[in-house]
Design a protein around this ligand. Structure first.
Ligand SMILES: *[C@@H]1O[C@H](CO)[C@@H](O)[C@H](O)[C@H]1NC(C)=O
Ligand SMILES: [Zn+2]
Ligand SMILES: [Zn+2]
Length: 343
């Protein structure tokens, strides 16, 4: 009995592969967002995705992680994070020009896919790709270790969690959320999202939810997403490693460290979902609905006045690789460790 279930766990872990917020976290962000999109935004998104089910965003929330694992999708690996080269736990901060790598990061990606998802000239496939990426990256950016260069975002901090050897990044992405919820199915995500939505509407988050989206603007996406990344990065100093990384490498993170972190994990998942819902409403209102009102002649304006839509204007000036960027390159740009518990 015991050896069998251990084998099953190992096999599952291997199949699951690399995840960023695990499948559970991303699906929960998506379900929370679904609770805040307008009915017009929802119909538009369902049309783009060709999915009229009640899980239209949750169904695609981890697509970007699967895509990154394919040969065709390798180029997108750096888009899942921004490597803030700060100095935790004494100093945490994000500087877009310093931290976003030459091939892009989560912030440039959010800017790029926000532009692309609202552009009427792209094919439905391109718009659907943009929406799948946006749903995923607006989740990733709320995971504190996706906004941190130190030890490759915690992937190289070896820890023990509830008897398993793994790394700190994987515990934040996957194992601490799963410890809380007890599974990673879509129905687990849906019920977690329901709890978080109640907290936003009438519970512990009610008084702060407005501040999560304050100042968000689809006309200045880089500033908005940098604010989101800075907000999450601050938790690296205060909650993720308040006493430094070495303090986490001895003993078991369960239950004391887990108890100190899980409230922040819930907060960040709720925040990601609330922001995503609001963001999609803003894109819908300012681009898609507006274009439909303006009529078809507006769709064929002089294309020379449009940006090239490859988002290069969002990237910082190219510069030589720092040590942290070299370390990330050595991981082939990947954002996450093996994604499985090792004994
Ligand atoms: C923008 O998206 C397109 C399509 O996925 C991609 O080819 C391009 O590299 C992206 N640009 C940035 C800066 O992420
Ligand atoms: Zn991750
Ligand atoms: Zn990711």
């Amino acid at each position: 009995m015991a050896p069998l279930s251990k084998l099953a766990l190992v096999a599952l872990g291997t199949v699951k592969g690399v995840a960023a917020w695990g499948v559970l976290g991303h699906a929960t962000v998506a379900y929370v967002a679904q609770n805040y999109v307008s009915s017009d935004t929802a119909s538009w998104a369902q049309g783009v995705l060709g999915d009229s089910s009640s899980s239209y965003l949750a169904n695609i929330a981890s697509w970007a992680d699967d895509y990154r694992e394919t040969t065709a999708g390798e180029w997108s690996a750096p888009l899942h994070f921004i490597d803030a080269e700060d100095n935790p736990p004494s100093s945490c901060n994000v500087d877009y020009d310093r931290d976003c790598g030459n091939s892009g990061c989560s912030i440039s990606a959010i800017a790029n896919y926000t532009q692309r998802v609202g552009d009427g000239r792209l094919s439905t496939d391109n718009v659907a790709e943009a929406l799948r990426f946006l749903v995923h990256f607006i989740g990733d950016v709320t995971q504190p270790l996706h906004d941190e260069a130190y030890k490759v975002g915690g992937n190289e901090i070896e820890v023990t969690f509830n008897g398993y050897s793994d790394n700190l990044h994987a515990d934040w992405d996957t194992y601490m959320p799963e410890q809380l919820i007890g599974g990673d199915s879509l129905s687990d995500a849906q019920s977690w999202a329901k709890t978080l939505t109640t907290e936003i509407n009438s519970g512990n988050y009610k008084s702060q939810a407005a501040s999560w989206i304050e100042g968000d603007s689809t006309s200045d996406t880089v500033s908005t997403a940098t604010r989101w990344a800075s907000d999450a990065n601050a938790f690296v100093c205060s909650v993720v490693m308040p006493n430094g990384a070495a303090a986490l490498e001895t003993g078991d993170l369960y239950p004391t460290y887990y108890n100190s972190a899980i409230g922040t994990i819930e907060l960040q998942i709720a925040k990601g979902g609330y922001r995503l819902g609001n963001w999609l409403n803003m894109v819908y209102t300012s681009e898609i609905a507006k274009r439909d009102l303006e009529g078809s002649d507006q769709k064929v304006r002089d294309t020379a006045s449009y940006p090239d839509l490859l988002g290069r204007e969002f990237l910082p000036e190219p510069r030589p690789l720092s040590r942290a960027k070299l370390a990330r390159a050595a991981m082939e740009g990947s954002c996450c460790g093996s994604g499985k518990h090792d004994h």
